[in-house]
Design a protein around this ligand. Structure first.
Ligand SMILES: [Zn+2]
Length: 357
């Protein structure tokens, strides 16, 4: 979240192995996504729609998320400041995770990193920086795209203090990786999403939303075929307001461009996750103006429906004390699963969500 003004693939892969065995027995790779055809004599009758989403949502676990957050917010990454060494190490780490999961680079030349020239940052970065972008191709409508985004940069160091940014935004970055893993699992089991799903890890957020701005000005996939952007920035903590009822997440922007997106998001939450969806900050008159303060805004500006997932600010916001031990991993898991289910529905529903007016 912008101010106002290897564990590695090895660990993920080993987590994978155990899930894999479970999944291959439970699903039939020869059937189309979401439906099971049962053979009776010579006829093939479609008898029942089987909802595959929970099986893959369950591959998103507290323990995987914890390993990822601890890694991304470790001192090794030096606060991940855009254009500095720690951010570059983080970019390479993300790239390795996608490679390890067998998820393709979004760019045609196979490069996971979309490099942003130094000049683009208007003096706020002393070097180039990258977005790291991977994707899973849709099985039926590969030219329509759902983008999951989170920024992996943070604010660096001040003297000997490292700003680890565990909530901001190692939490969102880890969520994107876990969602990518779940979709890959589904694809490997013959349940690839109908639409393509893009995993966009941006840099330059903390210094002015530059990574997402650069992506929308140099899109890898056409913006007019970009169905929605689900942006995740700080989803591992509980704010003061929810101290006594922590099973919540703030949603911002869901109804602003497509009412259908808002309705779908509500329905998915009721069906699968049941978190309290708090719309306090969705109010146009809210003085915090969070709608304008994270990466989804660059998509919204271009008329693309968005949802911004957020846990609110807390006492460690933009302080060296935003550390991995303070993350509520049980909540991080639930929120990540909610976002996965929403992306799954957006990717697999018959018709693309409508834009209002
Ligand atoms: Zn921030």
């Amino acid at each position: 979240m912008k101010n106002f003004v290897i564990l590695a693939s090895v660990v993920i892969l080993s987590a994978y192995g155990s899930v894999n065995a479970q999944l291959t027995t439970a699903s039939n790779p020869t059937v189309n996504s979401n439906s099971l055809a049962i053979t009776t004599g010579k006829e093939v009758k479609e008898t029942a729609k089987v909802d595959m989403a929970p099986m893959y949502a369950n591959t998103i676990t507290e323990s995987d998320l914890k390993l990822l957050v601890y890694k991304l917010s470790s001192d090794e990454f030096e606060g991940r400041k855009t254009g500095e060494k720690g951010q570059k190490i983080a970019a390479r780490y993300l790239e390795e995770v996608y490679k390890g999961l067998g998820i393709a680079a979004a760019r045609e030349n196979g490069d996971y990193q979309q490099r942003i020239p130094m000049e683009y940052f208007r003096g706020r970065s002393k070097d180039t920086a990258s977005n790291v972008v991977a994707y899973i191709k849709g099985s039926e409508k590969p030219n329509e795209y759902i983008i999951l985004s989170a920024h992996y940069d943070h604010v660096g160091m001040r003297g000997n203090n490292i700003f680890n940014g565990a909530d901001d935004d190692a939490s969102g970055t880890s969520a994107v990786l876990e969602i990518a893993e779940a979709f890959k699992k589904a694809a490997d089991n013959g349940n690839a999403p109908k639409r393509s799903v893009v995993f966009l890890n941006v840099s330059g957020e903390e210094i002015g939303l530059f990574g997402s701005k650069y992506y929308t000005e140099h899109p890898i996939f056409p913006l007019r075929e970009t169905v929605a952007n689900l942006n995740i920035d700080m989803i591992g903590r509980v704010d003061q307001r929810h101290k006594d009822n922590p099973e919540f997440v703030y949603l911002i922007g869901a109804d602003k461009i497509s009412k259908e997106l808002h309705e779908l998001s509500e329905a998915v939450n009721k069906k699968y996750v049941n978190l309290e969806l708090d719309y306090t900050y969705n109010d146009e008159n809210d003085p915090n103006r969070f709608y304008y303060r994270s990466d989804h805004y660059n998509f919204a500006k271009n008329g693309i429906p968005i949802i911004f997932y957020f846990n609110g600010v807390h006492e460690d916001y933009h302080k060296p004390t935003d550390t991995a031990d303070k993350i509520r991993y049980d909540l991080l898991q639930k929120r990540t699963q909610l976002i996965f289910y929403t992306a799954w529905e957006l990717a697999n529903r018959e018709n693309r969500i409508k834009i209002d007016k």
